[in-house]
Write a protein of this length. Structure first.
Length: 324
């Protein structure tokens, strides 16, 4: 069972309003509810603060976070988009009725609830200013304190603001893109780590810097999408490359096209052309490269070979260990 609590607050009674947080919450809910093939993923509950009659007060926010992290689930995910505050006593998530920064929900309280949660995996994703302090005690020099199975992903460091662009949070826009498949691996899995890498690589050195903290022992997939290559073809890595460092020998019989073929070259062999089609798909995914040839076509026509890249060898080992 997977549960997600999704909160987006635009309206603040005692502070400046935001514009993209509610839309961001809707976008996160939409992508988390289903896997790429339409099958059920997270059971989502969403709360939004859009105005005086649609609000997320501090008591409601704290109660719902507590409900999430006291449930016994495979994954408990908390997403928050709204104002954040930091001071000497730590960081806070501001609710609709917060009159001042320290009247928000304390991130120390959120961390305590998550650390004590019976859920196997706990994911906290924060798109708020100064959210990078989450998981770190306020005293200078203290290290983050995360229970096993807890991951925190934040839009910015403790010192930075989380920015909006085109009425959407910059961080959440990248987060949603990652969940839609931008951060998937070759098996179609999207993990917290791959999401962080996607967001981190998309932001420049002068922009807000995302923060990633984790203490996990097992692979955690937040969403599955269609893989870029069929898994049965990926599993053929060990058939075509039976050992590390192996080079697959090619010749013109692997190339199906007759164009550019000399008269003394062997004709295409259907079994070989089928293998070559798989090798070319590996090449497009940076799993395989030709040896001493600019392209796979040249490698075949010049009777060269191809070999696995470091990424290809990684997936070959996964197949060999029956992990794919």
């Amino acid at each position: 069972m997977r549960m997600a609590l999704i909160v987006g607050i635009n309206h603040y009674e005692h502070g400046g309003s935001l514009y993209g947080c509610v839309d961001d919450a809707h976008a996160v809910k939409a992508v988390l509810e289903r896997h790429g093939d339409g099958s059920i993923n997270f059971d989502c509950r969403m709360f939004t603060g859009t105005g005086p009659t649609d609000r997320v007060d501090r008591s409601l926010l704290k109660d719902r976070v507590n409900d999430l992290f006291t449930a016994q689930t495979d994954i408990a995910l908390f997403y928050f988009a709204g104002h954040g505050h930091i001071e000497a006593t730590g960081g806070y998530l501001l609710a609709t009725d917060s009159r001042r920064g320290d009247e928000g929900l304390s991130l120390s309280d959120v961390l305590t609830m998550a650390n004590n949660s019976p859920s196997r995996n706990k994911i906290i994703i924060l798109d708020s200013c100064h959210s990078g302090i989450a998981g770190t005690p306020p005293a200078p020099g203290n290290l983050a304190s995360l229970a096993e199975g807890l991951t925190i992903l934040t839009a910015s460091s403790a010192e930075q603001y989380a920015t909006e662009e085109n009425d959407r949070g910059v961080f959440t826009t990248l987060l949603v893109d990652a969940l839609h498949g931008g951060a998937s691996n070759l098996t179609g899995d999207i993990t917290p780590g791959s999401i962080y890498a996607h967001v981190d690589q998309s932001l420049g050195a002068w922009e807000q810097r995302p923060i990633f903290k984790t203490n996990v022992r097992q692979f955690v997939s937040l969403r599955k999408v269609s893989p870029p290559i069929a898994l049965d073809e990926l599993r053929r890595l060990t058939e075509l490359f039976p050992r590390q460092g192996y080079e697959f020998e090619l010749d013109p019989s692997f190339e199906p096209e007759s164009k550019g073929r000399d008269a003394d070259m062997p004709a295409p062999v259907p079994e070989n052309t089928r293998k070559f089609a798989v090798l070319q798909r590996y090449n497009r995914l940076n799993l395989v490269v030709p040896v001493d040839a600019p392209h796979m076509w040249h490698a075949a026509m010049q009777s060269k070979s191809c070999r696995l890249t470091a990424l290809g060898e990684h997936y070959r080992r996964l197949v060999e260990k029956k992990r794919i």
